[in-house]
Structure formats: structure tokens, C-alpha cells
Design a binder for this molecule. Structure first.
Ligand code: SF4
Ligand code: SF4
Length: 682
């Protein structure tokens, strides 16, 4: 082994480590120090759940392999696994810089574990090399839309390839100089050794290459590590913490603003109003673009890309780090005010209003993101500041706010007409104090929208057929404010939520039936913020249960021609995980042929109405609802059929999409309740 290139230099190794470590610490301090100035957000709770999520989604890379595009996910998983395995190798190589015979405990060259690790390490070297080259091919040759093309991305891949090649050069030279035969348990080293021998490279040159491989590997590791915090590859350091500190269920709940106290918060104006987690989010964005693939706004050409928002905020945080640090260190109010005054509003150039008003809060971006970056709360917080402080919002939103304030519904129809839809149905009222299993919260659409009133009546028919006892609030019902909250009017939302909770608690309500996924989400996930804890059930969930319990037995639905496809409402499927119940309810109808659209369940495509966008004009790009209707039409085929759904907003948007695209002859939209009820002979 005398000729083996092991020119160890404890001094050089120590100098390299000290210089790189010092610079790394300096950079990390600069990146993380501004976080102290940001809004607090307690993410130290539910440690076991967090650890489980970290194992599943962080170390397990669960979201990385996208069924729609498997190869890049596999390449990433390969490189990630290589990083984990090769971290031990890196420690070993630095140890060898001090002592040629260094090895980690249990990983000595003569031991079985050492040999096993040597094989895993070599395998990972080859796979990581293939992964880096595969990614380079993708970036430079196939260039998919979702990938941001940047020199930085290419450089990082060259770094990774360089690390693998230098490791191979060092180990290959060792093996060649030692005259070791080919060993399939050391495939990378043996391959490199074979090259040295096969090309007839003299021993001295092999020695020099081995030396260069060793030292350049160490230098590359240190340069690579120091380069990471300067760009999007900071995620290599921050992604696992970001996964650990993710928002735990219920994900559909927005935070409650404290509007009463002296230091009341009114959403996000400047960077300092973001939370430390939101800053960590932007550091963790890999720019993979998964968030864009089914984002209804991005796909239809509106100026919103979750990835670009992250990029813009990250750049801004870096630029404004000195101001934020000054703010964090401010000792008194004047110093704090001066530091705050130096920060520009995010809406002025960093995240422009047309960006955050475009979001439908459909949640696709958050579902798709492999590192659990939270987008919706941040965009709603930007809206909140515009509405609550600047009084700057689309005029259509102003009409909705006024209508909810004065009549308790976004249509602005007289609140005394709320029970007109069921005048002939003799439905008991909660105020009568009778015994009932469910309080049927009809919702504003179910009570005031002519089309949705038919769905309300279909639900009543099903409940009666199954013998379910229920009551309604009637004229006492008022809007729960969901649209107001997502449009940024937290003040109005809190008024509505408090009024609802007071009423429901007053009647001792425990179980609520809703027909709108937006009602479901806010009453199930957000009302607990106001002291309202109820079991809230969507009508499709209840119908599926009634079918399973054989309390209803639908016959063939009347007038149902052609196949049916189910459009998943985002607030049902994505935010509340209800995907199978509507399908089970439909499957109970004899003769119904269900066809799935390519974008279905949690990967469903928004109708364009969420986040209060139901009430706003869609002036930019193409129309979201038409995009969805195109997909439904393709799925149902030439002869057409029925688009089924379980949301009043989806129903409206799909209905409009059908007429806007001139498909009234071929397509119809129905609620699941209407389909099931039409098969009930009562
Ligand atoms: S936000 Fe998430 S999904 Fe979107 S580019 Fe960043 S890491 Fe990828
Ligand atoms: S929530 Fe939906 S609309 Fe908003 S950015 Fe994410 S994917 Fe796009």
C-alpha cells in the first residue's frame, strides 16, 4: 500500500475545515438572523406527529415521485439517498485528511459491515452520477415547462457529478496502485481502477490523479456546502426542518387574526409581518414547479406562480436582511418604527396585488409541494392587509361584503327570504326545540340560488327517505363568512363566525349537515377558533353512509343519460380529504357509468370559484371553468353525459362553462344529491 495516494495533511485539512466552517457559519447567520424579526408562529407542538411526517415525507421522500412524471422524482430520490449514504463517506475522507487509516466505528475495511457499506457507497456514487447527468439532460435538452432554467441549477449538478467523479478517481487510483482485482462489491472504485489500468496510465500519473481526486473532493464538498445558502439549493439545508415544522391538520383552517388587542395584526404588509416559517418556506423552495402543473391560475395564464412568489420573497428577504436585523435588535419604539419604516410593502413590487387576488385557494400547490411550503395563508394575509388597512380590493368584493353585512348572504337577497326554498316542505326549525340528529345548515347558495335550491330539496328527499331526523335554522341562519375570510375581510368573517357559533351553541347543536364544501371547511376546521366544535358532515358523506347502512336504496336515476364524471370540489377533496364518499354515493345508483377525469381526487382541477373568486370578475388569461369543462367533455366522449359535483360554486362554474363553450346539448351538471334523489321512489 506504499504507493497508495494517501498524502494526509492534518494542517491543510484543519485549515480547509476552519475556513469553510467559518464562512458557512457567517452565511447562515446572515440568512437566519432576519427570522428573529418576523412574526412568531409556534410550531413546537405535536412532536410525534411532526417526527412521523419527517420520516414519511422528508426522509421517505413520499411526495417526490409524481405519478404524472416519475423519472425526475426517481432521480431526485436517488440523489437524496446518495447524500445520506455518502455523508458517512465524507466524514471518513475528512478523517483520512488527519489520519490515513481513519475509518468510522464498525466501518473498517476488513469488517462485514465495512464491506457492505463500501458496496452501498459505490452503488450510490454511480447512481448519483447517473442522476446528475439525467437532470442535466432534462435541463439542457428536454426542458419541461415547470423547470426554471438557471445557471445555478446546472452548476449544482456539475458539483454533484464532480463529487462523484473525484471520489471514484481517488478510490480507483488506490485500487489500481494496489493491484487489486475487479471487485463487484466495489463497483465504482473497480470501474475507475479498470480505466487506469485499461488506458495504461503510469503509476506516477495514477498517483497524481488519486491525490488530485482526494483533495479536490474535499475542496468541492466545502465549496458546495458554502454555495448552497446563496441560492435555491439552500433547500438542501432547510427542506427537512421545513417538513418537520409543516402546518399540521386541519390544513384548511386559516389563522385567526387578533383584531382586539393593542398590537392587533391585520395581515401582511411588509416582510416583517411574515412568520419565520413563511421565510423558511421561501428558503426551502426547490423551484421544482410541481405547484404550477395544476394551479388553475397559472394554467390559465394569470400572473401567479407559487414558485415565483417564493423566489421573489426569498430575494426580498436577502436584500432586506439588514433592515430586519435592525428591527430585531431595536430596543425601543422609535428604533422599531424607524426600522419598520425602511421596509417597503410587499404588494409594491414583490408580490403584486394581481398575484394574490388571482388565487382560488384551491390548495393544489400545497398538496403538490414536496417540502410542504404553505402558500394560501400567505396570500390571504396579503389580501387581509389590503382589505383591513388599505381598503383596496376589487369592487365586486365590496358588493359581497356589503351584502353579507346587511342581509347575511353574498347575494344581498333579503334575509327574511332565507327559508322560501322549503316553504312547502314543513321542515322543523331548531328553534322549535324538537329532537333531531342533524342540523341541516343549508348555506346561502342552498337557500338563495335558484339552481342550488333544487339540490337542497333533493337532500331533504334523501333524508326523509332514510328516516333521518333533521332541522334547519330557517330565517335565523346567516352566512358563515367563509368567502369574506378568504377575500381578506377577517373582521366581517369573525362577526359572522361568532354569530353562527353563538346561535348553534345556543341550540346545543352537535352534528351539522352541509351541502357546501366551503361551509364544511370553515364550520369543521375554523369554527373551533370561536368556541364552536361540531361534527360537520358533507351531504355526500352522509349519503354514502346511508347507502352503506341500506337506509336508502336508489333505483336507476330518472332521465340520466350517458356516463357521469365526478368533479372533485377542492374544499372537499383537497382540504378535507373527502374523495371516495361522493363516488360511493354515485356507485349506488344502478346503471350509472362513472368515468374519471385525468385530474381527479386530490389532484383534481379547481373550477375557479374558491377563495372568494366566485364573486370576482375573471379578467386575465383564459377561464378556469372552461378548462375544466373541456376536460370533462373529453372524458365523457362525443355523446356527452353528466358532470356530477358536490358544491354549489362548482355547480355554477361548471354550468357556466358548459354554456360558455356551447355544450348545453351534450353536457349537464348535477349534484350527487340530485342524482341519488332522482333514483328514490317515495
Ligand atoms: S413551492 Fe414547492 S412545488 Fe413549488 S417549486 Fe417550490 S418546492 Fe416545488
Ligand atoms: S391555491 Fe390553487 S390557485 Fe392558489 S396558487 Fe395554489 S394552486 Fe394556484
Amino acid at each position: 500500500m506504499g504507493t497508495v495516494p494517501r498524502p494526509m495533511s492534518p494542517v491543510l485539512t484543519a485549515l480547509l475545515l476552519a475556513a469553510a466552517g467559518g464562512f458557512f457559519a457567517f452565511t447562515m447567520l446572515r440568512r437566519l438572523a432576519p427570522l428573529w424579526a418576523l412574526r412568531r408562529d409556534d410550531r413546537a407542538d405535536r412532536a410525534v406527529e411532526r417526527a412521523a411526517a419527517l420520516l414519511r415525507f422528508g426522509l421517505g421522500q413520499r411526495r417526490m415521485v409524481d405519478p404524472e412524471e416519475i423519472l425526475p422524482g426517481l432521480l431526485h430520490v436517488t440523489i437524496f439517498a446518495a447524500f445520506l449514504v455518502l455523508s458517512l463517506r465524507t466524514i471518513t475522507l475528512f478523517g483520512m485528511g488527519f489520519d490515513a487509516a481513519f475509518h468510522l466505528p464498525l466501518l473498517g475495511p476488513g469488517t462485514a459491515i465495512g464491506r457492505g457499506y463500501g458496496f452501498a457507497k459505490d452503488l450510490m456514487v454511480l447512481l448519483a452520477l447517473a442522476g446528475a447527468l439525467g437532470f442535466l439532460w432534462r435541463r439542457l435538452v428536454t426542458k419541461p415547462d415547470r423547470v426554471t432554467r438557471s445557471w445555478e441549477g446546472n452548476l449544482i449538478l456539475l458539483f454533484i457529478a464532480g463529487l462523484m467523479l473525484t471520489d471514484m478517481a481517488f478510490e480507483g487510483a488506490e485500487r489500481a496502485l494496489a493491484g487489486l482485482p475487479f471487485d463487484r462489491w466495489a463497483p465504482a472504485g473497480a470501474l475507475a481502477a479498470g480505466l487506469f489500468s485499461g488506458l495504461g496510465i503510469p503509476a506516477a500519473a495514477t498517483h497524481a490523479v488519486g491525490l488530485a481526486g482526494f483533495w479536490s473532493h474535499l475542496v468541492l464538498v466545502l465549496v458546495f456546502g458554502n454555495f448552497l445558502p446563496y441560492g435555491k439549493h439552500f433547500h438542501i439545508i432547510t427542506a427537512l426542518p421545513n417538513v418537520y415544522f409543516q402546518r399540521l391538520p386541519p390544513g384548511g383552517a386559516l389563522r385567526k387574526l387578533d383584531l382586539e388587542s393593542e398590537g392587533a395584526s391585520y395581515g401582511v404588509r411588509t416582510a416583517k409581518d411574515l412568520s419565520w416559517k413563511e421565510a423558511l418556506d421561501t428558503y426551502s423552495c426547490t423551484e421544482c414547479g410541481r405547484c404550477q402543473t395544476h394551479c388553475p391560475t397559472y394554467v390559465t395564464g394569470k400572473p401567479l406562480s407559487h414558485k415565483e412568489v417564493n423566489r421573489a420573497i426569498r430575494r426580498h428577504l436577502v436584500e432586506r436582511a439588514p433592515d430586519l436585523v435592525r428591527l430585531a435588535r431595536a430596543k425601543d419604539a422609535p428604533a422599531r418604527e424607524a426600522a419598520e419604516a425602511a421596509l417597503p410593502a410587499l404588494a409594491e413590487g414583490v408580490v403584486p396585488p394581481e398575484t394574490f387576488w388571482a388565487c382560488t385557494t384551491c390548495g393544489w400547490c400545497e398538496t403538490a409541494c414536496p417540502v410542504f411550503i404553505e402558500n394560501v395563508p400567505r396570500l390571504v394575509d396579503l389580501r387581509r392587509h389590503q382589505v383591513l388597512v388599505e381598503a383596496s380590493f376589487p369592487e365586486e368584493a365590496a358588493r359581497v361584503f356589503k351584502a353579507i353585512e346587511t342581509q347575511g348572504n353574498p347575494w344581498g337577497i333579503g334575509s327574511n327570504r332565507r327559508a322560501e326554498w322549503c316553504e312547502d316542505l314543513a321542515i322543523p326549525r331548531a328553534s322549535e326545540g324538537g329532537d333531531y340528529e342533524y342540523l341541516f345548515f343549508v348555506g346561502c347558495a342552498g337557500a338563495f340560488d335558484d339552481r342550488q335550491k333544487k339540490v337542497s330539496r333533493a337532500i331533504v328527499k334523501i333524508l326523509r327517505a332514510a328516516g333521518v331526523k333533521f332541522a334547519i335554522l330557517g330565517e335565523e341562519e346567516t352566512c358563515n363568512g367563509e368567502a369574506a375570510r378568504r377575500l381578506g375581510n377577517e373582521y366581517l368573517y369573525q362577526q359572522q363566525a361568532a354569530a353562527n357559533v353563538e346561535k348553534l351553541n345556543g341550540y346545543g347543536v352537535r352534528r351539522i349537515l352541509v351541502q357546501c364544501p366551503h361551509c364544511l371547511n370553515t364550520m369543521r376546521n375554523e369554527f373551533p377558533q370561536f368556541g364552536g366544535a361540531y361534527e360537520v358532515v358533507h351531504h355526500t358523506e352522509l349519503i354514502a353512509r346511508l347507502v352503506a347502512e341500506r337506509r336508502i336504496r336508489p333505483e336507476a336515476a330518472e332521465g340520466l343519460a350517458g356516463p357521469v364524471t365526478f368533479h372533485d370540489p377542492c374544499y372537499l377533496a383537497r382540504w378535507n380529504g373527502v374523495t371516495e364518499a361522493p363516488r360511493e354515493a354515485l356507485a349506488a345508483v344502478p346503471g350509472l357509468a362513472l368515468r374519471e377525469m385525468p385530474r381527479n381526487r386530490r389532484q383534481g382541477f379547481c373550477c375557479g370559484a374558491g377563495g372568494g373568486r366566485m364573486w370576482l370578475e375573471e379578467k386575465l388569461g383564459t377561464r378556469v371553468n372552461q378548462n375544466r369543462v373541456d376536460e370533462a367533455a373529453l372524458t365523457l366522449g362525443e355523446a356527452g353525459g353528466v358532470v356530477a359535483t358536490g358544491c354549489p360554486f362548482c355547480l355554477t362554474m361548471v354550468k357556466d362553462g358548459i354554456s360558455e363553450t356551447g355544450r348545453e346539448e351534450r353536457l349537464r351538471v348535477l349534484d350527487v344529491a340530485e342524482i341519488v334523489a332522482s333514483g328514490l321512489r317515495t
